[in-house]
Design a protein around this ligand. Structure first.
Ligand SMILES: C[S@@+](CC[C@H](N)C(=O)[O-])C[C@H]1O[C@@H](n2cnc3c(N)ncnc32)[C@H](O)[C@@H]1O
Length: 431
């Protein structure tokens, strides 16, 4: 705590960090943490002009394409480059969360907590003239701001925006046409572009839900769940409470009851986002909180309840200045390690069928392991199994020499044909 006494952080916030096991020293670098901008594709030749206008040098961010850093006190909002839509203000950690999605040409992307839309714009820029983006947010005025951003940056062509609750949103991407008869008019469509897939559709086609269609085959290729959170990773946000009042901070950020209801919301958003993902698709869960409760704990519960979800390495992250989260493969950005705002990032893919179970070997009394099962068709015998535990992939289990697992209090032995991984076949033999 001594080290942090010079920080512009209120005591109540320092207590909150302590209670959540967060080292306040990660915020020590906050005053020197740069601002970041992203250059709109096609504006690469404008760097010098922008530098001349804002009277400062733009430093290229080596680990993230199209991103530049600038000193924290430089304002860009009044610059022509910003007004003309040549640059975006977006933190590099947010850029990393989008990058983790590994957007490919033609992807149909769902952004389940889209407003105000910095990440949505980056996704649209990465897609270029292909694919579609569906942006959802429960707060109408925030989504309206997102629509304004789309218009400013001329990115609306392949995008549609819905005011809706992301925990129940059910519409599939509009590439799929069927003659299903049932449809609903909720959620409210507040924007769509010429090539968003909406033009020319009947209401029935637009409002097709996953209830009528199997999301595993016609769901989204990529889903971003940038969930509502306490924003404690963003000290710039926390510092705003100096003006809004510390009571508001107490109510919105530090209140334990609010955190509890937020974690329920986060899990629901994550689970629904995953439900809308097609098999083989990727989902990124991110929050700008650094508490374990809103990140690793939520991801752990999600994995426990969603047997076909597999945590994935973020390929590009080997060059990123971030730390590993408490769960293997998850990532944490913070001002000290990354020179960015705080952000947690986890990436999961949807496998066809998976079984989670508890492993036991002769040395370890009890170890946790998740073993993916892939079949062309779900195996009914396995589908009915109760999910018991989570933690490692089957490859990791093999590396660890785990050979046995406990399921419903019965000890089983496990054989995995390693050369067939990731089409691993699990053979269960009751001992
Ligand atoms: C962290 S912000 C998202 C930031 C956004 N991804 C961006 O890059 O600009 C979280 C958003 O979640 C929205 N939200 C909260 N509850 C929601 C819900 N149940 N369904 C959908 N969105 C929700 C909030 O209105 C807020 O805009």
């Amino acid at each position: 705590m001594e080290e942090t006494s010079t920080l512009p952080l209120p005591d109540a916030f320092l207590d909150f960090l302590n209670e959540n096991g967060l080292d306040p020293s990660i915020y020590t670098a906050t005053d020197s943490t740069p601002r970041y901008i992203r250059l709109k594709p096609g504006c690469e030749a404008c760097v010098e002009e922008i530098e001349a206008e804002i009277k400062c040098k733009l430093e290229k961010v080596g680990w993230l394409p199209d991103f530049f850093s600038l000193p924290p006190d430089i304002q860009i909002a009044n610059s022509n480059a910003y007004r003309e839509g040549k640059i975006y203000g977006i933190d590099a950690a947010s850029g990393a969360a989008v990058s983790a999605l590994n957007i490919s040409e033609g992807d149909h992307v769902l952004d389940l907590c889209a407003a105000p839309g910095a990440k949505l714009c980056m996704i649209l820029d990465l897609l270029g003239n292909s694919g579609t983006v569906t942006g959802v947010d429960v707060t109408r005025h925030r989504l309206a701001a997102c629509r304004t951003l789309l218009q400013k940056y001329a990115l609306g062509d392949r995008c549609r925006l819905f005011v809706a609750d992301g925990t129940t949103f059910s519409l599939i991407p509009v590439r799929v046409h069927s003659d299903s008869k049932s449809w609903v008019q909720d959620p409210e469509l507040i924007f769509y572009g010429q090539h968003s897939g909406v033009v020319g559709l009947s209401k029935r086609e637009l409002y097709q839900t996953v209830c009528e269609n199997d999301a595993s085959s016609c769901g989204y290729d990529k889903v971003l769940v940038d969930a509502e959170c306490t924003h404690d990773g963003s000290i710039r946000h926390i510092q705003k409470f100096e003006h809004w009042g510390w009571k508001t901070l107490q109510r919105r950020v530090l209140n334990a009851e609010r955190t509890d209801s937020l974690t329920v919301l986060q899990l629901q958003l994550l689970s629904n986002g995953f439900r809308l993902l097609k098999v083989g698709g990727s989902l990124v869960y991110s929050t700008c909180s650094l508490t374990v409760a809103q990140n690793e704990d939520v991801v752990e519960r999600f994995l426990l309840e969603n047997a076909s979800a597999e945590l994935q390495d973020v390929e590009a992250a080997k060059n990123w200045p971030c730390r590993s989260g408490r769960i293997w493969k998850t990532l944490r950005f913070d001002p000290l390690t990354s020179q960015t705002s705080g952000l947690f990032v986890a990436k999961a893919d949807a496998a066809s069928v998976a079984v989670s179970m508890m492993l036991r070997n002769s040395n370890a009394e009890s170890s946790h392991c998740r073993v993916p099962q892939r079949y062309n068709k779900p195996n009914p015998a396995l589908a009915s199994w109760q999910i018991r535990s989570i933690g490692f992939s089957s490859t990791k289990a093999i590396e660890m020499g785990l050979e046995y697992f406990l399921f419903h209090d019965t000890l089983y032995t496990m054989t995995i044909e390693t050369e067939l991984l990731p089409q691993a076949k699990l053979v269960l033999l009751e001992l």
